[in-house]
Design a protein around this ligand. Sequence first.
Ligand SMILES: *[C@@H]1O[C@H](CO)[C@@H](O)[C@H](O)[C@H]1NC(C)=O
Ligand SMILES: *[C@@H]1O[C@H](CO)[C@@H](O)[C@H](O)[C@H]1NC(C)=O
Ligand SMILES: *[C@@H]1O[C@H](CO)[C@@H](O)[C@H](O)[C@H]1NC(C)=O
Ligand SMILES: *[C@@H]1O[C@H](CO)[C@@H](O)[C@H](O)[C@H]1NC(C)=O
Length: 165
Amino acid sequence: MRTSTVVASLAAFFAGAVQAVTPAVTPQFEALFVGVLEIGDVGTINNTTFGSRLYAPITGGNLTDLVSGQLAGTVLAGSSDTGIISQSGIFFPDAVLSVRWEVDQQLAYLRAAGVGKIFVSDLAYVHLETESETYSALNSRFLLGNVTFLEGDQSHAVLTIFGAV
Ligand SMILES: *[C@@H]1O[C@H](CO)[C@@H](O)[C@H](O)[C@H]1NC(C)=O
Ligand SMILES: *[C@@H]1O[C@H](CO)[C@@H](O)[C@H](O)[C@H]1NC(C)=O
Ligand SMILES: *[C@@H]1O[C@H](CO)[C@@H](O)[C@H](O)[C@H]1NC(C)=O
Ligand SMILES: *[C@@H]1O[C@H](CO)[C@@H](O)[C@H](O)[C@H]1NC(C)=O
């Protein structure tokens, strides 16, 4: 292809692309799981350059399948949130959860990073990895997690996991 032809076709491509720009469809979500997380003694590394780094051990919990209403999995001890409370007070959760599925006793690794208010509520993208046949479709699903603390109780939070539809 001669250079002038390439330039002409590129110009046509970009002209077409400009005309075709429309916003993507707004994502829709469905609630998949809900459960209670048990939070152990929280430690902080205060007043660093970034704010305060959290160490919040998650000592247990569970996830109920919202379709079946049955226990879907158990949150294993060793899970934790090591997010940061920024200098401005905004909380950026950064949590890793290990879950054992009830149906086949396989493991799932969940990593969540998002934004919110410490000990109130936050919303995070959830990356999930599992080899469970029952739940492996979640490996390629865009998931969100809402963590909401029970009022006046820093040791229990409700986790709801949503999947994009
Ligand atoms: C460290 O920061 C946490 C969270 O903001 C706060 O609750 C705690 O009192 C602080 N500790 C000290 C020693 O300032
Ligand atoms: C945080 O550290 C800075 C620098 O060391 C210091 O000037 C400031 O007083 C400290 N603030 C608190 C709340 O401890
Ligand atoms: C899930 O955990 C909560 C809090 O520990 C507990 O009250 C509830 O009974 C548990 N549910 C299941 C199905 O294990
Ligand atoms: C999480 O869910 C709770 C309860 O529905 C809601 O009040 C809160 O605003 C949600 N948090 C975020 C950050 O969306």
